[in-house]
Design a protein around this ligand. Structure first.
Ligand code: DAK
Length: 258
């Protein structure tokens, strides 16, 4: 498929999606979000892909929703069109692991997009923020919900109410970011990490992701029960036998994703 606002590539078992509206600092409009959703559909259904990376440019992962496109909207326009919602949800429902590789600005909807991914690797140049309040609006794609879960109520309130940006170090200290790399190494290191995840058993990786995500939606006891049943079911996989036999025979495992 050809896209106008994103670029897709495959690197071994990794699907790479690069947001590509450089003149608008990758501001997110309907078309970009539709394309992102189609690209995710493609990588999800491709058995050769085991992990997905979403990235932007050196200057911006994404500087938020497209303010020009939003500025003319009335309540009824946004409500009737279910503004942005439908395809944003596609990222949330992705079952394969997704890493956001963030350099430069990740603001507003851009920060929310990064948080919808399973983890964020940041360049030392990254800046995260929810500056919507400065525009007379509020986070609308999960910022008020995912930030407090990721970084505490105090930091979430600070970011959303002051609109101030935090750098990569502060984001890592707060727990928003999993790893930081020098900007020039961000993509290569992220692809390396993604390759490493993608060579493990895909059903096992998917069950780990599902189980961690379940922890946000359930009590501890229910979550542990979910984890235990998933763990039990993994004994049915050929990959489970392969992983353990390979260890016992001192050889690398060859997973077949079944
Ligand atoms: N939208 C549209 N264009 C943008 C943009 C944005 N968010 N951010 C930057 N641009 C454009 C600029 O207008 C400029 O265009 P030209 O003037 O060259 O034509 C170009 O990108 C370069 O920007 P600057 O000249 O401003 O570059 P600087 O380096 O000086 O500053 C900056 C970079 C990122 C600090 C600055 O551009 C900035 O503050 N941008 C706005 C950031 C922002 O406020 N973001 C939050 C937007 S509100 C929802 C889901 C999500 C959302 C809402 C609803 N639903 C599910 C319902 C999300 C809302 C938001 O994200």
């Amino acid at each position: 498929m050809s896209f106008e606002n994103i670029i897709t590539e495959t690197h071994g078992r990794v699907g790479l999606i690069t947001l590509n509206r450089p003149k608008q600092l990758n501001a997110l409009n309907d078309q970009l979000v539709d394309e992102l959703s189609s690209a995710l559909d493609g990588f999800e259904s491709d058995e050769r892909i085991g992990c997905i990376v979403i990235t932007g440019s050196d200057k911006a992962f994404a500087a938020g929703a497209d303010i020009g496109a939003m500025s003319g909207l009335g309540f009824m326009d946004a409500y009737k069109a279910d503004y942005i919602t439908r395809n944003w949800e596609r990222i949330k429902t992705c079952r394969k692991p997704v890493i956001a590789a963030v350099a430069g600005f990740a603001l507003g909807g851009g920060c929310e997009l990064a948080m919808m991914c399973d983890m964020i690797f940041a360049a030392d140049s990254a800046k995260f923020g929810q500056p919507e309040i400065k525009l007379g609006t509020m986070p609308g794609a999960g910022g008020t919900q995912r930030l407090p879960r990721a970084i505490s109520k105090a930091k979430a309130m600070d970011m959303c109410l002051s609109g101030r940006l935090i750098d990569a170090d502060e984001a890592e200290r707060a727990g928003l970011v999993a790893r930081i790399y020098p900007a020039s190494e961000l993509l290569s290191e992220t692809l390396k990490a993604a390759q490493s995840i993608a060579q493990f058993s895909l059903p096992v990786a998917m069950m780990i992701k599902e189980s961690i995500n379940r922890s946000f939606e359930s009590s501890l006891n229910e979550g542990i029960l979910f984890e235990r049943r998933s763990f039990h079911s993994i004994f049915a996989l050929d990959d489970n036998k392969e992983g353990m036999n390979a260890f016992l025979n001192k050889r690398p495992p060859v997973f077949k994703n079944q």
